[in-house]
Design a protein. Structure first.
Length: 163
């Protein structure tokens, strides 16, 4: 009587097929989870950019001392009387503006120094309770940021306390 040692060709082929199927399933699960992770990361980045810009804009506009100019995509204002002299100096005026291009920037400019406060900005819409800058008391801000195909839109209203 002879004892068989090892695997037959059929057993080897079946085990290779099962192993191949398991590897394919694991590969597809991995690629699907990576696509999901990348999408979530893009959405998080867009949300972070929008929140960062909105927080800074609302904080400064809420304490603005005077609105100099206002349009649908930019606003200039006397942000603070830093030296407490009661007059507006060049380094006390801030401007927020959108570059006007899809995937553009929201910039903050003070005394010819410009800083990007948000990237990937699809739109910035500013609306006011009065068309005259000197009469503005309420500002509505809508920011849309897009990273890849995921848009994030934030809206906030700002009541200027010091005007």
């Amino acid at each position: 009587m002879r004892i068989a040692k090892g695997f037959t060709l059929l057993e080897s082929l079946i085990s290779i097929a099962v192993l191949s199927f398991a590897i394919i399933v694991i590969f597809y699960a991995y690629t699907a989870s990576m696509r999901l992770f990348t999408g979530e990361l893009s959405e998080f980045d867009a949300s972070f950019q929008a929140h960062k810009a909105m927080e800074l804009m609302t904080k400064e506009l809420r304490s603005a001392l005077e609105i100099e100019s206002a349009s649908g995509t930019s606003i200039s204002f006397w942000s603070a009387d830093l030296n407490k002299n009661g007059t507006r100096d060049e380094n006390e005026t801030a401007t927020y503006s959108w570059t006007g291009t899809i995937e553009g920037f929201i910039n903050r400019t003070v005394q010819s120094s410009t800083q990007e406060i948000a990237t990937g900005v699809e739109s910035l819409n500013l609306t006011y309770d009065d068309p005259q800058p000197s009469n503005i008391r309420f500002i509505n801000i809508i920011i849309t940021v897009r990273k890849d195909s995921t848009p994030v839109t934030l809206e906030s209203g700002v009541k200027c306390r010091n005007l």
